[in-house]
Design a protein around this ligand. Structure first.
Ligand SMILES: N[C@@H](CCC(=O)N[C@@H](CS)C(=O)NCC(=O)O)C(=O)O
Length: 217
């Protein structure tokens, strides 16, 4: 089987790209990376070349193209089953999938008001009562997973799983907008930021030069 290629957007801004990238890096899956700068005049042509949806991330594997972050993660878990993508326990795995799907389809207020911008520091910006509701639900998920499933390590299901990759962009938002967290959530966020793959992403994001209006620059 050939090495997969992951097409991603700017590391500073592309929250959807971070998810499969982090999982692949963290689980030491060898892959090539193609980075496309988002929201440039050349973007539509460049992105359409790789992506049927016109969005990143996209995974290219042999002759197959897989798009949308969650579909990419599920494809990887199926194709590379020796790596630890989802929790082994059936209950934990079902909850991991549920919270990942909830993140993937929800939390619109947080997404809109606090877009991912890894290198910026904008304390308090974007906070509204609706965003606070999203934050409370996310941190409730983190506390519950840590309490019910986290005993084998310091992440949501103990060891790293796709659920951690799905929530990683939220962790960067909490840093950017200086969201105050309860002790369990703060400790979890710190563990995510300390992952070697996460540090690699954040460093690369800090070195990017593009700015995208509308993403709080
Ligand atoms: N649901 C999709 C969302 C992908 C998405 O919105 N990607 C953004 C970048 S983070 C994008 O490609 N935007 C380019 C555009 O809309 O032109 C996923 O999970 O992959």
């Amino acid at each position: 089987m050939t090495k997969p290629t992951l097409v991603i957007g700017n590391k500073n801004y592309s929250s959807w790209s971070l998810r499969p990238w982090l999982a692949m890096k963290q689980l030491s899956l060898d892959f090539d990376e193609v980075r496309i700068a988002l929201y440039t005049p050349e973007l539509p042509a460049k992105i359409r070349f790789h992506s049927p949806s016109g969005k990143v991330p996209v995974l290219i594997h042999d002759t197959l193209t897989v798009w949308d972050s969650l579909a990419i993660c599920e494809y990887l878990a199926e194709q590379f089953p020796r790596l630890h993508w989802w929790p082994e326990d059936r209950t934990a795995r079902a909850i991991a999938r549920s919270i990942s799907a909830e993140m993937h389809s929800g939390f619109q207020h947080l997404r809109q008001s606090m877009p991912m911008n890894c290198r910026a520091r904008l304390p308090g910006k974007g906070m509204t009562p609706e965003v606070q509701v999203d934050i409370e639900r996310i941190t409730a998920i983190w506390r519950e997973c840590r309490q019910r499933f986290g005993s084998g390590g310091s992440l949501l299901f103990g060891e790293f799983t796709l659920a951690d990759a799905v929530f990683a962009p939220v962790v960067t938002r909490f840093v950017t907008y200086d969201v105050q967290l309860d002790p369990v959530s703060r400790a979890y966020a710190e563990r995510i930021l300390a992952l070697p793959a996460m540090q690699e992403w954040m460093k690369a994001a800090s070195l990017e030069l593009e700015t995208i209006p509308g993403f709080n620059l």
